[in-house]
Write a protein that binds this ligand. Sequence first.
Ligand SMILES: *[C@@H]1O[C@H](CO)[C@@H](O)[C@H](O)[C@H]1NC(C)=O
Length: 373
Amino acid sequence: PPTKPRKGLLRITHLGLVLLVCFSAVFFIYYKPAISWLPCSRSEPTPDTCKDACLKVLKGEKAAQVGKDNTHNVKDMVVLIWSWPFGFQFNLESCGSEFGITGCHLTADRNQLNKAHGVMFHLRDIGGELSYLLTLSRPPLQKWVWMNMESPANSPQLPGADDLFNLTSNYRRDSDIWVPYGQLVEASEEDKAFQIPMKDKLVCWIVSNWNNNYQRVNYFNELSKYINIEAYGRHFGKYINDEDYVKIMSSCKFYLAFENSIYKDYMSDKLYHPMRYGTVPVVLGPPRENYEEFVPGNSFIHVDDFGSPQELADHLKLLDQNQEMYEQYFTWRKYFTVKGSVFGLEHACRICEHLKKNKNFRVFKNINKWYWG
Ligand SMILES: *[C@@H]1O[C@H](CO)[C@@H](O)[C@H](O)[C@H]1NC(C)=O
C-alpha cells in the first residue's frame, strides 16, 4: 500500500528530530556555551527564587567567583560544631543512621576550621566569644550557621551578630535549616495499634522553671482553683527523673503543655511529649491556628478556646466523664506518630544536607531584628 513508506519516512524524520534535541542537550550540558542562559535572568531574582544557577545575576562578580571555584561537590561535607550545644555531646557518625543523610563529616575539632564548609554556632554558648569570632579569617565559601532553639525571651541578643552569619537553624518555620521540636509523621502498622495508656490522674503538670512573672503560672494558679492538678518539679518538692517522667506523663488524661513564653512557631517538647506518650496536651502558647500548622486541630485543647480557666476546668471534667469524647483527641493516631528532633545532632546533620543542596552566597544581614523583632 502506498501509505506505508510515507509512515516510515515520518518515523525516520521523528527519530532525527529526537536525536538532534538530545544531541543539543548534551552539547549544552558539556560545553556550556557562553550565552546568557540563566533560568531566572529575566524576572527580578530574590534569594528565595534564585538559587545556584542565577546567582551571578543576583550577586554580581563576587558571587560569580564563589561559583567558579566551588568545591562543594566534594563527597564529604565538613561541618564543624564550634562547641557542644549546652555541653551536650552526640555521636558525630550518625547522620546516616539517624536521618539518612550521607556524605557528611561532622567534627568538633576546631583545628578543622579552615576545612569546614559550614560551622554551627549554638547561640547560648558563644556569648563570651563574640569578639574572638569577629577576628577569625573565614574561607570564602564557608557558611556560619546561627543555631538556637530557645524562644527570643530566653535567648541573648548578640550586638555584633548582624552580618556575621550566613544561615539560621531554629524551630521557626522561616529559618534556613528548620528543625522543629517534633513532627507528625506517617504511622507504621505498629504505631497504628496504639492504645490509650491506663489513666489514674486527671490533669498533670511538670514544671522545671517556675517564674511568677510567666503567664503560665498565673493560668495554672487560676485553673487549680477549679480542678485538681497533679503538679511535679522542684517548685512542688516533687522532682522526677526521666524514667518517672514517661510513666507519670502517660498516666494523666491531660497534660498542661504551657510554654514559658509565647512566640510564633514556638511549640516545644511540652507539646510533643504528651502527644507521644498518649496524653492530651492542653496548650498555652501561640494561637490555635499556629498549632494547627504543626499538629491536627483535634489532637489538643487550647486554653484560648475557653473564656476563662474555670470554663476550661469544666470542659476537662466533662471529658473525664465521657470516654467517647475523650477518645476523639486520639483519632490522629490512626494516621500519624510523633517524631521528636534530636537536639544538636539533627541540626548539624540538616545543616550538612542544606549545604550540599544550596551552594549559593548568603549573608544574614539583620539577625537581631529577625529574631527579636
Ligand atoms: C558568609 O557571610 C560572611 C559574612 O558576612 C561573608 O563574608 C561570606 O562571603 C558569606 N559566605 C557565603 C558562602 O555566603
